[in-house]
Write a protein that binds this ligand. Structure first.
Ligand code: AMP
Ligand code: MG
Length: 349
């Protein structure tokens, strides 16, 4: 299959191209599209055959549920059994935006889309290209991140092409994404809203709107035997090819430790990648040293992390060391992804 790649300017959206993209979805095909979080791989959420195609294109296990994307709040009704009051409040504040909510699913949503679950994940993205595309596609687009299973989520169309060229009909290239990490997922089906995956919408932001929000215990830990509530979280997602270790401690000790390890591993023939910050990056002695930006600028770190992991893959780095980041606010999402990429390997120095 030939994959058509179309560059769409957010300010001047080419209506004819968006219409063509929508036609592909309605005909049961797949289109990758930009959102504010990461690129999505879209198919018709109400068509069981489309969900199967998404799993095949990603090489993803079919018990891993997809998020259904809508472009206006009123379309939520068709997808869910009921809308709890707390969900109305969150939608009013955070939609459109990087928040996904889990509801009891309606009959309209096929089990292929929900990975066999009786619940459905729904999000209304704010990216204008995404919104226009979802509308033209009929209003309900199921989309996971547009990467092959096991690779970091794509933050630019070029990365989507790397993974999906020849496997899907079209890629809408809307440039670099704004946020760079996947949406916050909150389960609205229990007694108390529960965060299943941290993201740009932080626990503190959710608590400003709702009195009580809890967190899935497995979110930041690696305890065996406890199944995460968001099925996708059990897979070792976000995994770079190189063996990643997070090094936590005082800045100078971290730099010294990483450099000692890098020296030893390079002598043994390894190719060492190092993830540092603007304050430390010049001090590292690896084969490839990359800064995520200023430690204080968490938004920049979120935007840069997956790109760096992909670059290390392209450079065939065999071992990676990363500095550790504060796990509060947006830092919680950053550390959640980094810990997963590292298979929870952390060294304290
Ligand atoms: P992705 O779009 O690649 O970030 O993956 C979507 C993720 O959303 C899945 O891997 C699950 O972890 C989560 N998810 C989707 N639907 C549900 C659901 N019904 N219940 C719990 N988690 C869900
Ligand atoms: Mg994903």
């Amino acid at each position: 299959m030939e994959t058509q790649i179309l560059q769409i300017d957010e300010q001047h959206i080419n209506a004819e191209w968006i219409r063509q993209a929508g036609e592909i979805i309605k005909a049961g095909g797949l289109v990758a599209f930009p959102t504010e979080t990461v690129y999505g791989l879209g198919g018709d959420a109400l068509n069981p055959a489309s969900a199967k195609k998404i799993y095949a294109a990603k090489g993803r296990p079919s018990d891993n549920p997809l998020i259904v994307h809508i472009y206006r709040i009123e379309d939520l009704h068709l997808l869910v059994k009921e809308i709890p009051e707390a969900a109305r409040k969150l939608a009013a504040v955070f939609w459109p935006g990087p928040l996904t909510m889990i509801f009891e699913k309606s009959e309209a949503v096929p089990y292929e889309t929900t990975g066999g679950l009786n619940t459905v994940a729904v999000r209304m993205p704010s990216n204008p290209v995404a919104a226009a595309f979802i509308r033209e596609a009929g209003g309900y687009v199921a989309a996971p991140s547009a990467n092959r299973s096991g690779r970091p989520s794509p933050t630019a169309a070029g990365y989507v092409a790397e993974d999906m060229r020849g496997r899907i009909e079209m890629i809408l290239d809307g440039g670099d994404v704004e946020i760079g990490l996947e949406s916050t997922i909150v389960d609205m089906t229990g007694e108390e809203p529960t965060i299943l995956r941290p993201g740009f919408v932080t626990k503190e932001m959710l608590k400003d709107v709702l009195q009580s929000v809890s967190e899935d215990e497995t979110m930041m830990s690696c305890s065996d035997g406890q199944a995460p509530k968001a099925p996708g979280m059990k897979y070792r997602h976000y995994a770079p090819k190189g063996d990643l270790t997070i090094v936590d401690g005082a800045e100078r000790r971290v730099v010294d430790y990483i450099n000692e390890q890098a020296l030893r591993l390079r002598e043994e023939g390894g190719k060492v990648g190092i993830i540092g910050t603007n304050a430390t990056i010049a001090d590292y002695r690896g084969d490839s040293c990359k800064s995520v930006g200023d430690r204080a600028d968490e938004a920049a770190i979120a935007r840069t992390l997956y790109r760096i992991l992909r670059e290390f893959d392209d450079e065939d780095v065999t071992v990676i060391f990363s500095e550790s980041f504060t796990a509060a606010g947006l830092g919680q999402a950053i550390m959640n992804r980094l810990l997963k990429a590292a298979g929870h390997k952390v060294v304290h120095v």
